[in-house]
Design a protein around this ligand. Structure first.
Ligand SMILES: Cc1cc2nc3c(=O)[nH]c(=O)nc-3n(C[C@H](O)[C@H](O)[C@H](O)COP(=O)(O)OP(=O)(O)OC[C@H]3O[C@@H](n4cnc5c(N)ncnc54)[C@H](O)[C@@H]3O)c2cc1C
Length: 503
């Protein structure tokens, strides 16, 4: 073993970020190679939200070797095929950003180009009819992909909804079984090396000292290590994403069990509905500059589809990112690294992705600055691209019914987003940057769903006669409809695979 290897990692925080990090590191590092200690305080509860995910989380769970049925059962989870956006482009409109593919690409061109041509001629159905996950979600259906040749049933993509507290507990059991030590206590002081500024240990309220060589800051939005100790700044994006509060409340389960998240737009924000087996998670994300908290609370309660079973809880947040995520020997993961509001369920994904980057650029005790530089560069890029995608939902609207919508509709947006908008508006092209998270299909679904229809379509569309395109679209639509007919109800699928009462 290398003399220079890291021998002790300290993770500060036992929320979703802390336990995801602990579980993933423990999977690959035996205690005799590197000890891992997680410090958390029961007096400082985790944020307790963060219950909707995107399909990439399957990779995380598979890497850990987690059995999906067991996972769904223990986290009281459900399956998710996409997000339905209601009243976003205009009041009365709705669309689903479905996971997976859209239609079928033809002549190497993305499907939406053909759809755009047919839509102008009044010969296309709404876009969601060509997307298996969107149509299945509309009908409350779900199944895992099966071997079915060319059928869309063989490429179903999905994510999960789960209980955040149970997920952290699940990962805690996993991590502790692999040798992670859990230490309970409040961090009162942080020690560092006066020469290098590197962190050396945490002193707890009762005087215990937790020593380490690499520190992972999962202490939540306060960023106890990255901000309070290392003084890393926060880049605030509130001018682009003005929502800064959320009321969260649980209500009775939704029946029949939906297989998608709902995002219902309101006058100064939006409301989520996340279906779990034992309850429905609801929250109203709003901008305090445009709506008073008491009004926002009433809006939430007035729009619940099932009876509340908890008292609404107010959460305050700041949207933006750290100017550096890895500083000295400390890496910020989770809310300590920044926050993008949960519109596209990207918080947990960012945790997963940061863990992946940490593994890719894992340091030894020399802490080569180049590792840190690349980690930071990739992480900044990822945050910025997701930010643009989220801003698009607010900006691409025709709503003019409240001050909030007037603001977001007319505000200047980042150049990177503006260029993408201009390109799509002109001819339906989607520019995907580097390793950006959201696919061309996702961008096209949201552009079109929000009411942005390109002025032209790709010129090569006209190499196929119009009648032939129309025939192909009809065929795709009917294949997808038949596939959805074949799929079981989500409720029935859950009862067989991970319902709390199944064994
Ligand atoms: C309103 C809202 C909705 C969200 N919805 C989604 C969603 O649907 N999907 C999604 O992917 N993400 C969502 N997120 C993001 C998601 O909740 C977070 O990314 C995730 O929970 C990670 O939080 P965390 O572990 O970084 O921090 P926290 O949950 O805040 O955990 C912090 C931990 O640090 C510990 N700690 C802090 N200070 C000390 C100290 N001094 N001593 C000892 N221990 C300490 C605490 O005990 C706690 O264990 C949402 C966030 C918000 C605000």
């Amino acid at each position: 073993m290398s003399e220079q290897r890291i021998r002790k990692i300290v993770i500060l925080g036992g929320g979703t970020a802390g336990w995801m990090t602990a579980a993933a590191l423990a999977k690959f590092m035996a205690p005799e190679f590197c000890a891992i200690e997680l410090v958390e305080s029961e007096d400082i509860p985790p944020v307790g939200v963060g219950e909707a995910t995107i399909p990439q989380i399957q990779v995380f769970n598979q890497t850990l070797g987690i059995d999906e049925d067991d996972f769904i059962r223990k986290t009281r989870g459900t399956f998710k095929l996409g997000i339905e956006f209601r009243d976003w482009g205009a009041v009365g409109e709705h669309y689903i950003h479905g996971f997976g593919s859209l239609g079928r690409n033809m002549e190497a061109l993305a499907f939406h180009h053909f759809w755009c041509k047919m839509q102008r001629e009044g010969k296309a159905e709404p876009l969601g009819r060509y997307c298996l996950s969107a149509l299945a979600a509309t009908h409350g259906k779900f199944m895992r992909p099966i071997e079915a040749g060319d059928s869309p049933l063989s490429t179903i993509q999905y994510a999960y909804h789960f209980d955040a507290g149970l997920y952290a507990l699940y990962l805690r059991e996993y991590a502790e079984a692999r040798g992670v030590t859990r230490t309970q206590g409040v961090v009162r002081q942080v020690q560092s090396d006066p020469k290098t500024g590197h962190l050396t240990g945490l002193t707890l309220g009762d005087g215990r000292f937790v020593e380490g060589e690499l520190f992972i800051d999962c202490s939540g939005a306060q960023g106890l290590l990255i901000d309070k100790v290392l003084g890393v700044d926060f880049e605030d994006w509130g001018h682009w994403l003005p929502c800064d509060r959320a009321w969260a409340v649980a209500s009775e389960p939704t029946a029949p069990l939906p297989s998608h998240t709902v995002s219902q737009a309101h006058g100064a924000g939006w409301q989520w509905r996340i279906p779990l087996q034992h309850r429905t998670g609801n929250g109203h994300v709003f901008s305090s500059a445009f709506m008073e908290p008491e009004e926002a609370r009433s809006v939430l309660l007035n729009h619940l589809e099932t009876r509340p079973v908890s008292e609404p809880r107010l959460l305050t947040f700041r949207v933006g990112k750290r100017t550096s995520f890895w500083e000295k020997n400390c890496v910020a993961i989770g809310l300590s690294s920044g926050f993008l509001e949960p519109l596209e369920s990207t918080g947990i994904h960012l945790i997963q992705s940061f863990i992946g980057k940490l593994m890719a650029f894992f340091p030894d005790r020399a802490f080569s600055p180049v590792n840190r530089r690349y980690f930071n560069r990739e992480a900044h890029d990822e945050y910025d691209r997701i930010r643009d995608f989220i801003i698009l939902h607010y900006h691409a609207t025709r709503r003019a019914d409240t001050e909030f919508w007037n603001y977001v509709r007319t505000m200047p947006v980042p150049d990177t987003l503006q260029e993408k908008l201009v390109l799509f508006q002109a001819n339906g092209y989607v520019h995907k940057e580097g390793n950006e998270l959201f696919s061309g299909v996702s961008w096209a679904e949201v552009f079109i769903g929000q009411g942005i229809l390109p002025e032209r379509y790709h010129p090569l569309v006209d190499t196929i006669p119009g009648g032939e395109i129309e025939r192909r679209l009809k065929h795709i639509e009917s294949v997808i409809a038949q596939a959805v007919d074949y799929m079981p109800l989500h409720q029935d699928f859950i009862s067989r695979h991970g319902g709390a009462t199944t064994r």
